[in-house]
Ligand binder design. Structure first.
Ligand code: UDP
Ligand code: MG
Length: 149
């Protein structure tokens, strides 16, 4: 495993349901380092670019409507194997299949309201981070916990 960065976003339902803090907490206590974060109302154009690989799917229009229905909290988390471990922390895409103890397994029920996004590969993480953040928004610092993790 290598030091990686992953793009994580609290979706509009996660924001409205008061789960921002809970989600940040899980990544924070796990030991990952927060390198960027902002709340924003994403446009349909921006979200279409973010989900471009899913454009042919039947649920795509509904997905864009859902994701643009309110603000999201976009974040970049860094650490050893952050992409793969981040996906494990999220749980399966469909909350009906997400294990208890995962974010989706603990806090949601429906695939169309699954509260959180996480990059599925290092390559898509790079693309997503570049789409959501400028270079200057990615903060460079050493965490005092780094040597203890
Ligand atoms: N989605 C949906 N219905 C489906 C599959 C996916 O509404 O049958 C939504 C869901 O919000 C999911 C997002 O589309 O998180 C992106 O799908 P993907 O397969 O990339 O899942 P993820 O990477 O988010 O686990
Ligand atoms: Mg995906």
């Amino acid at each position: 495993m290598a030091q990686e960065r992953t793009f994580i976003a609290v979706k509009p339902d996660g924001v409205q349901r008061g789960l921002i803090g809970e989600i940040i907490k899980r990544f924070e206590v796990k030991g990952f380092k927060l390198v960027a974060m902002k709340m924003m109302q994403a446009s349909e154009e921006h979200l279409t670019e973010h989900y471009i690989d899913l454009k042919g799917k039947g649920f795509f229009p509904e997905l864009i409507k859902y994701m643009s229905s309110g603000p999201v909290v976009a974040m970049v988390w860094e650490g050893l194997g952050a992409v793969k471990t981040g996906r494990v922390m999220l749980g399966a895409t469909n909350p009906a299949d997400s294990n208890p103890g995962t974010i989706r397994g603990d806090f949601c029920i429906e695939v169309g309201r699954n509260i959180i996004h996480g990059s599925d590969s290092v390559e898509s993480a790079k693309k997503e981070i570049a789409l959501w953040f400028t270079d200057s928004e990615l903060v460079s610092y050493k965490s005092c916990a780094a040597d203890w993790l």
